[in-house]
Ligand binder design. Structure first.
Ligand SMILES: C[S@@+](CC[C@H](N)C(=O)[O-])C[C@H]1O[C@@H](n2cnc3c(N)ncnc32)[C@H](O)[C@@H]1O
Length: 121
């Protein structure tokens, strides 16, 4: 992924890390953007830690996730098959915009059929 990103955005600094803790100083950024990561965090405590760490390094956080809709499990362990043929079980939640806004104590900035996004604080 980093190789692809490097090719597409030459000159941009890219950092690989397990989070938390983000390897950045307190208040280093104006805005943090998280796409389809929050919904893979299994416990409420770990989700709260993820959000707190993002808001430690950034003034604002935008979290984008796939939207829940009728017929979709709200949360489950999904079997994902990669192009190399390997299979992985991943925890996944699908979120309604108001539910995500409540969890993050933020405001809805996107509520489409496929994606929801919330900005916090
Ligand atoms: C569904 S992918 C989303 C990738 C990308 N953000 C996007 O929207 O296309 C979830 C990503 O979260 C990463 N991830 C999950 N838990 C993580 C953790 N604790 N620290 C860092 N990355 C993590 C996974 O490696 C994976 O690349």
């Amino acid at each position: 992924m980093l190789e692809l990103a490097r090719a597409r955005a030459p000159g941009v600094e890219l950092v690989l890390a397990d989070v938390p803790l983000l390897p950045f100083a307190d208040g280093a950024f104006d805005l943090a953007f998280s796409s389809n990561v929050y919904s893979h965090i299994e416990t409420a405590a770990a989700r709260a830690e993820f959000v707190a760490d993002a808001l430690r390094v950034s003034r604002e956080l935008v979290v984008l996730e796939q939207a829940w809709r009728l017929g979709r499990d709200q949360e489950s362990w999904e079997l994902r098959r990669l192009l190399d043929g390997s299979e992985h079980r991943v925890f996944k939640r699908y979120l309604a915009a108001d539910e995500l806004a409540r969890e993050l104590e933020g405001v809805v900035v996107l509520a489409s059929a496929e994606f929801v996004a919330v900005r916090t604080p």
